[in-house]
Design a protein around this ligand. Structure first.
Ligand code: GUN
Length: 300
């Protein structure tokens, strides 16, 4: 018997995108055209799909996008020179460099080179610091999307015990900061954690971002908990005759029996990530162009 509700990320993302499109139209009326520059180095197939989706979504909400596709052998100096040009271009409001980057390029140096005001990924140390301090900032898109889904599902999160499984700079760490800023008690579990399953089973909220298919099953989940699955793992392709399919980091069949709500894969967190990128681009454009208050509450 299945008890959990499936949280529809596509519907939630459309609500965010509709809000963004309305605010973008208002900027157009003031002669401001929000613009996102997306940089892709090399020909990684998954990155190519992500970049195309970002560009398409931008078009749909009225955000201009500029794609820079660079050869896999591009030097770090050449990439830094492009970022300097985009930083200096007043018509460009957001700069996103798709990760991962080829081995010859230091991703840390590239992220540090992006103007923090244009850092729509929220990865620059200045924006990471602002988030840690609970100040308004451009927060990373995936955890921002997870937070919206949790608030829509549970309302006020204050006082809830949230467990984040995974401590990456892109998801786990900023997710913990956002949940702490939303007044949760936060536990971060990782590969060195002792008693991870038992600790996780005390959580009201579980966010899983470890990059391992089906890693968290029902034994990790307290009855009634809300579970957010950030994982996108491609499985099945190597097995003869079985088509590749996408699965999350959560074992959905078992967790559906104990959780109260769970995000699907695909159709859960993924659409929210892109919607929040559009939201960050809008916020960045407003900040750079107007001295008006932000139309949407900046993530805290
Ligand atoms: N690669 C995987 N996720 C992301 C992301 O959120 N931003 C960027 N720039 N690259 C990624």
């Amino acid at each position: 018997m299945s008890t959990a509700r499936t949280i529809d990320g596509r519907v939630a993302a459309q609500t965010v995108l509709d809000d963004v499109a309305r605010e973008v139209a208002a900027l157009h009326e003031n002669g401001i055209e929000p613009c996102l520059a997306v940089v892709l180095v090399g020909d990684d197939a998954a990155s190519d799909v992500y970049v195309r989706n970002k560009v398409r979504r931008a078009q749909e909400v009225g955000i201009r996008s500029v794609e820079h596709r660079l050869d896999a052998a591009t030097s770090e100096a050449a990439l830094l020179a492009l970022i300097a040009r985009l930083n200096a271009d007043p018509k460009v409001h957001g700069v996103l460099v798709q990760l991962p980057l080829p081995a010859q390029i230091d991703a840390g140096a590239v992220i540090a080179a992006i103007d923090p005001l244009k850092d729509v990924d929220g990865f620059h140390r200045e924006n990471v610091g602002r988030l840690a301090l609970g100040e308004p900032t451009l927060a990373p898109c995936t955890p921002q999307g997870c937070l919206i889904l949790l608030q829509q599902t549970l309302g006020d999160l204050a006082g809830k015990h949230a467990v984040v499984v995974g401590r990456s700079n892109i998801v786990g760490k900023p997710m913990a900061a956002l949940l702490l800023n939303a007044h949760c008690s936060v536990t971060v579990l990782h590969s060195r954690s002792e008693n991870a399953r038992e600790l996780c089973r005390t959580a009201d909220i579980v966010v899983v971002a470890v990059g391992r298919a089906g890693f968290v099953d029902a034994a990790w989940i307290k009855p009634g908990a809300v579970v957010i699955d950030v994982g996108i793992n491609r499985v099945g392709a190597a097995l003869a005759g079985e088509p590749a399919r996408l699965v999350g980091d959560v074992d959905h069949a078992s967790v559906l029996q104990v959780a109260s709500a769970l995000t699907p894969v695909p159709g859960g967190v993924g659409p929210m990530t892109i919607a929040c990128l559009m939201r960050n681009t809008l916020l960045a454009a407003r900040r750079q162009s107007l001295s008006l208050p932000d139309p949407l509450t900046l993530a805290r």
